[in-house]
Design a protein around this ligand. Sequence first.
Ligand code: SF4
Length: 158
Amino acid sequence: MKARKFQNSKTMAKRSRKAKQFYKDGIRFECRGSGRCCTSRGIYGFIYLNLAERRDLAKHLETSTLQFTKRYCDKADGFFYLKDPDKDCRFLINNQCGVYEARPLQCRTWPFWPENMNTRTWEREVAPFCAGVGKGKLYTSEEITRIIDMHNSQDLVI
Ligand code: SF4
């Protein structure tokens, strides 16, 4: 999964206006199960987890949040993320997510992340990388905006 970048509200509002033009007619996307977004791409390998997500994953794996965090997470600049972002996600098994029902927001909402939703990034990085772009369900601009808003309001700290 690609790393999330954190932006101030002015930057986000400006980008949001441009972004709305970019996806005003909606975008088709359907996961093709390539597993590519779960494999390592160096600095793009970070999967951030807030407390609720760590709780859900811990419950799914039948362990405590503390044990889950110790075993599977590292922390930098106040943000927890899954260990070893330079390797394939440790929950990826035979190209399938082993924690699918409890996978974090970042995984659930690929590829509609705020930092992806501009023409340049979409055309250069997202569309050529992900086989699901342009296929399947049409996400309306309203649906995409809702997903972006969800990301922007997500509390990733502690
Ligand atoms: S948690 Fe699941 S969906 Fe998210 S990167 Fe890992 S294998 Fe992929």
